[in-house]
Design a binder for this molecule. Structure first.
Ligand code: SF4
Length: 120
């Protein structure tokens, strides 16, 4: 039997997040955020037991690949968006999927560190 231990919170991150109800090993699934739906409300950051997400403004390079509609939407919601900062830490509990009021998150099969999706 494998026991899962919640990693310590990074410095400056508050504790008190929900306990992970998941029994999945990390690295099998990871969240994907729909940039057109995300409004930067940060519910995913609050519920994720593994601090997978971060919320920050987009860099100039990130903005350059978005359509004008998406750039406008992000600007209209404060200029910030959620990002998947630690995909390898995801335990596929689904808390973020349920918590997102914009239904902007789905779980997908993990991608290797080289960016190549694993074979089915
Ligand atoms: S499914 Fe979502 S809330 Fe659960 S560990 Fe993965 S990123 Fe965090």
């Amino acid at each position: 039997m494998v026991a899962f231990v919640k990693p310590p919170n990074p410095p400056g991150k508050p504790s008190g997040k929900p306990t992970d109800p998941c029994h999945e090993l990390p690295g099998k699934l990871e969240p994907r955020i729909d940039a057109l739906r995300c409004e930067g409300k940060a519910d995913c950051l609050r519920v994720c037991p593994y601090d997978v997400f971060t919320l920050r403004p987009l860099t100039r390079e990130e903005k350059s690949v978005l359509t004008p509609l998406v750039r406008f939407k992000i600007w209209a919601h404060g200029g910030k968006q959620a990002f998947v900062e630690r995909p390898d830490a995801c335990h596929a509990c689904g808390l973020c999927v349920t918590a997102c009021p914009e239904a902007a998150i789905k779980l997908v099969r993990g991608v290797s560190p080289m960016g190549i999706a694993p074979l089915e």
